[in-house]
Design a protein around this ligand. Sequence first.
Ligand SMILES: Nc1ncnc2c1ncn2[C@@H]1O[C@H](COP(=O)(O)OP(=O)(O)OP(=O)(O)O)[C@@H](O)[C@H]1O
Ligand SMILES: [Mg+2]
Length: 295
Amino acid sequence: MISIPKTQFSDLSLVRQGKVRDIFDTGESLLMVTTDRLSAFDVVLPDTIPDKGKVLNQISVFWFKKMESIVKNHIITTNVNDYPEEFKPHADVLNKRSMLVKKAVPLPIECIVRGYITGSGWSSYQKEGHVCGITLPKGLKESDKLETPLFTPSSKAEVGDHDINISFEEAVKLIGLEKSEKLRDLSLAIYKKGAEYALSKGIIIADTKFEFGMLDKEIILIDEILTPDSSRFWPLSDYEPGRTQNSFDKQYVRDWLTASGWNKKSPGPKLPKEVIERTSNTYKEIYTRLTGENV
Ligand SMILES: Nc1ncnc2c1ncn2[C@@H]1O[C@H](COP(=O)(O)OP(=O)(O)OP(=O)(O)O)[C@@H](O)[C@H]1O
Ligand SMILES: [Mg+2]
């Protein structure tokens, strides 16, 4: 089993390293590699979770295909044999955890859809009775399902890591009315289809974030979609409104980290073997539940 903290291809040009993904520029296209890094409480931990990157990459691939009837996406190929020559020596590492994608011009808003009230949405509802300017009925409990999912865009923060929620009108100022309406309609349609499917497999997708880009004047779906990194996944079997829900993928790690007394500042602590194994298995279980296949 190969577990990778980062891709160390001295011969290739890394253009970006996110918390979890490494991105290479091939000129025409981008190669997105999902590593086994794990971030918890916004800190990348020193350990890696075997196969996590494969699971996340394959989940995105699964959804991109499923959503093709709604929107085009950036995938060129996931077959390592069809990658540019320079990647072929690294085929073993790249297999299943990477995709070659079309280089699009990312639109400067993050398309967030919320099907349940939680996180920052729950905080602002408690204080002000609305979420990103959308007024909601009185008496909602934490983690309640919303009557209809909400589209709550945010602007991509240039510096620092926190995106800023914006109203629909502000999105229109940034990218125009036509594109804003299109992104809203696409985001809601993809969320609806994905959330219904996941629910039938015992997974609640409480909320999620999509990114779109322009390619030859056409809007396409880019980045990752409906993964546990871009969404909140909750196990349906534990779901109970009125409290914070367990995270399907990270709860065990979070509980262990909290109990360890760590101050949640970088660097994070090393994890016991048992926590690593259990977390790896949880990611694989999510993949199998969603797709009916093993990683
Ligand atoms: N097809 C594409 N064309 C151009 N840019 C893309 C494409 N797909 C994704 N991107 C961009 O690549 C970047 C992916 O970054 P990544 O998710 O690894 O790190 P991050 O978002 O900065 O941090 P985090 O680790 O918190 O997710 C995003 O800026 C996204 O807009
Ligand atoms: Mg990202």
